[in-house]
Each structure stands twice: as C-alpha cells, then as structure tokens.
Design a protein around this ligand. Structure first.
Ligand SMILES: Cc1cc2nc3c(=O)[nH]c(=O)nc-3n(C[C@H](O)[C@H](O)[C@H](O)COP(=O)(O)O)c2cc1C
Length: 166
C-alpha cells in the first residue's frame, strides 16, 4: 500500500506526529506550506503579538483557506493520503483546508490526524470530512503534550492498523 502523509505545522508539533506516522507506514511526507508563511503562533515575551494568533484563529473559524506553495507529491499516486493539522479554535487550519479542496478529486482514500492542546474540543474532523466529501478510514486527535513527550507513538498503533487494513 502506497501512503502519503501531508501535514501543516506552525510550531513543529504536528510535524513530529506526521514524521512518526510516516515512519510507521513507510510513507512519503508532504509539508503543506503557505505562500506567505506565518510567524510561530506562540503568545508570550519575545513571541508574536496576540493579534497574529487571533487573526489565525478567526481565519480558521470562518473557514478561510490560504494560498499554498505547489505540492511536491501527487495525491493520485497514493492508495491512502493521511492528512494532519493543528487545531485552531476547534477548526482545521486554513492551509490544510486549501490542500483538501485542491486535491480532493484525486484522493482514493483518506485518514486524518490533528494535534491540539485539548482534543476533546475538536470539530476539525467533521470539517475535513465535509471538505473532501468522503469518510476517512481512520482519525486520531493527539494532545500537544503527548506529542512533545513522545507518548503519542504508542497511541498511534490502532490508527496505523486501521489504515493498513483499509
Ligand atoms: C490560533 C491558535 C488557535 C488554537 N486553538 C486551539 C483550540 O481551539 N483547541 C485546542 O485544543 N488547541 C488549540 N490551539 C493549540 C494548537 O492546536 C496546538 O498547540 C498544536 O499542537 C500546534 O501544532 P503545531 O505545532 O503543529 O503548529 C491553538 C493554537 C493556535 C496558534
């Protein structure tokens, strides 16, 4: 089974999860990149202003997309495309929304993952499913802290099995 893991990551957490998933599935990885990359969205001393975080959150909440750098891999070349996003205000991020819209006609099968401070609040999978107009074969929401500590690797086993057996 040929798998592609496509993800957007602003501060590296979703990238770390994507790399684990790609290693477990022996998949290619595609970093979804915006034409105008955002600063690291972390509030605090020496970090970006709260307005940049608010703007990103509002764009996600309102269902905006963003302009993307051309993809490296073609979705139609893969049996499964596993797509990952951080959660912004309970929602899929604008770059991942745009990626899904751009490639949805080429997906044979999809699986979704997200990272979030509190995955219990996640609406993102419903939005992703509606955008691609098909049900994912598997979904997993990972806590930011679990990805940072490495605890997420054990949590991925069932997710990977569902993809392999799809
Ligand atoms: C603008 C913004 C909005 C966020 N909204 C939520 C949220 O609604 N729920 C949540 O659990 N985490 C929220 N987070 C936290 C991120 O989802 C989390 O830190 C994620 O793991 C970051 O992934 P990344 O490092 O790949 O960018 C938000 C972060 C940002 C920057």
């Amino acid at each position: 089974m040929k798998c592609l893991v496509a993800y957007y990551s602003n501060t590296g957490v979703t990238r770390k999860a994507a790399e684990s998933i790609a290693r477990m599935l022996d998949a290619d990885t595609e970093a979804i990149e915006e034409k105008r990359p955002r600063p690291a969205l972390e509030v605090g001393p020496g970090k970006v202003g709260a307005w940049a975080v608010a703007r990103a959150g509002i764009a996600a909440m309102l269902g905006f997309g963003s302009r993307l750098v051309a993809s490296r891999y073609k979705a139609r070349d893969y049996d499964v495309v596993v797509i990952g996003t951080p959660v912004w205000v309970g929602s899929v991020t604008p770059p991942v929304r745009s990626y899904l819209r751009r490639h949805r006609m080429y997906f044979r099968s999809v699986a979704f993952f997200c990272t979030a401070g509190d995955p219990a609040t996640v609406r993102a999978f419903k939005q992703m499913t509606a955008t691609v107009r098909r049900e994912p074969v598997a979904c997993i929401a990972l806590r930011t802290e679990d990805v940072k500590s490495g605890a997420h690797e054990g949590m991925l086993v069932k997710f990977i099995e569902s993809i392999r057996s799809s």
